[in-house]
Structures are given as C-alpha cells and as structure tokens.
Ligand binder design. Structure first.
Ligand SMILES: N[C@@H](CCC(=O)N[C@@H](CS)C(=O)NCC(=O)O)C(=O)O
Length: 210
C-alpha cells in the first residue's frame, strides 16, 4: 500500500471529493490541513507541491499530484475496487462529461479567489454563485437521464456522486434554489447516509469551524 497524504481544506469541495473517494476505496491516508482563509495555500512550501496554490494535493509515496479529477482517475487506477467509473467506454465518457459539468462548469466560478476578485459585496457574490450552481446542477440532472436511481449511476456510488455531494454542500452554503432538483437532493441524502461519505463530510473534519 503506498503512503498517501492528502493536503486539504475542510470546506473545499475539491478536497471533499478526494476524501470521499479515498474513504469509498478503503485507502488509509494522512491528512494535512491547509487553511485557505489564512492564505496557507500561497506559502512557498505548499506551492512547491501545488504550483497554482490550490487544494487538494495528494502525495503518493512523496510524489505530489494536483487537480482533483485527475487524482480521482489515479485513485481508480491504483485502487480499482470498488470501481467508481464504468468500464464501458461510452458510459465512461458520459460520466466524465457529467463530472465536468461540476468540475469545469461550476466549481471554478465559486472559487474563493474568483469571488474575491468579482466583488467585495457578499450579495453580488451569492447571486453570481447561485446562478452557476443552479444552471450547472440542472444540466447535471438532465445528463444523468434514466441512469439515476438511489445514486447518480444506478444503485451503487460512482464518481458522479463523488463530485455531486460536495457540490450540493456548496449549493446549500450559498443558498442555491434546489426546489427543481428533488432527484439530486434525494441522491445526495442517500450518499451522505453511507459511512464513507459521512467520514468525508466537511463538518466531520477536526479543523471545521461551525
Ligand atoms: N481544478 C482544481 C481546482 C482546485 C480549487 O479551486 N481549489 C480551491 C478550493 S475548492 C482552492 O484551493 N482555492 C484557493 C483560493 O482560491 O485561493 C481541482 O479540481 O483540484
């Protein structure tokens, strides 16, 4: 078993994705907290691991990896069971597309330094974020089509749930309107009822501020 170290922030949705995947796959790992509100992501020591100054960063036997979705694929390769991606190429491509509606279509637009550059006004920031969350999650739900059941892709958790749950957490935090997204609300609740998802929750991290 390689030595795995996760550099993360408790409320970062990209970090939350990796905690879920590591827990689902039963991988033992150490956590190093990076406090984004105190600017620790911009410290030289952290930027030597993650040059853009973003969490998460995952060290595998001392080798740093960045970009959470690339890391999810690395974890799938290193720890294939339980599988979080479909094996059928077209289904795998559809799942990657669903993942990107959040990874590329929502998360970058709610990122801390983007909001700081956008406006000092919390109301402006909230309206901006809610727009992208509601539009992106609506597309996510449509793309799931008839695959959705207890989870996004049928009856077992997949990488689609791994990215959905952190995004739903952020949606609630930013006050997005989820009234038209009852299917995603139910899937999110089903996933969070599982111990692996519960252990990965932001509020379950020791440094969480309530
Ligand atoms: N595409 C990157 C995005 C990483 C990212 O945006 N991380 C956020 C937290 S979720 C961050 O570290 N923000 C620090 C900042 O904005 O200064 C990934 O998926 O890992």
């Amino acid at each position: 078993m390689p030595k795995i170290v996760l550099h993360h922030y408790w409320r970062s949705s990209c970090s939350h994705r990796l905690r879920i995947a590591l827990e689902l796959k039963g991988v033992s790992y150490e956590k190093v907290a990076v406090n984004l509100l105190e600017g620790e992501q911009n410290a030289d020591a952290f930027k030597r691991l993650a040059p853009r100054g973003y969490v998460p960063c995952l060290e595998v036997d001392g080798e740093p990896f960045v970009e959470s979705v690339a890391i999810l694929e690395l974890l799938e390769d290193l720890f294939p069971t339980p599988a979080l991606y479909p094996l059928i190429p077209k289904e795998r491509a559809h799942m990657r597309a669903v993942v990107e509606t959040i990874n590329a279509g929502i998360q970058p637009l709610q990122n801390l330094n983007v909001l700081q550059r956008l406006s000092e006004d919390q109301t402006v920031r909230a309206q901006w974020v809610r727009h992208y969350i509601e539009a992106g999650l609506t597309a996510f739900d449509t793309l799931l089509g008839s695959r959705a059941a207890a989870f996004c892709w049928g009856d077992v958790p997949s990488v689609a749930d791994v990215v959905l749950v952190p995004q739903m957490h952020a949606a609630r935090r930013f006050g997005a309107d989820l009234s038209q997204l009852s299917r995603l609300v139910a899937i999110d609740a089903n996933a969070r009822a599982l111990p692996a998802f519960a252990r990965a929750e932001p509020e379950a991290q020791p440094e969480a501020v309530q």
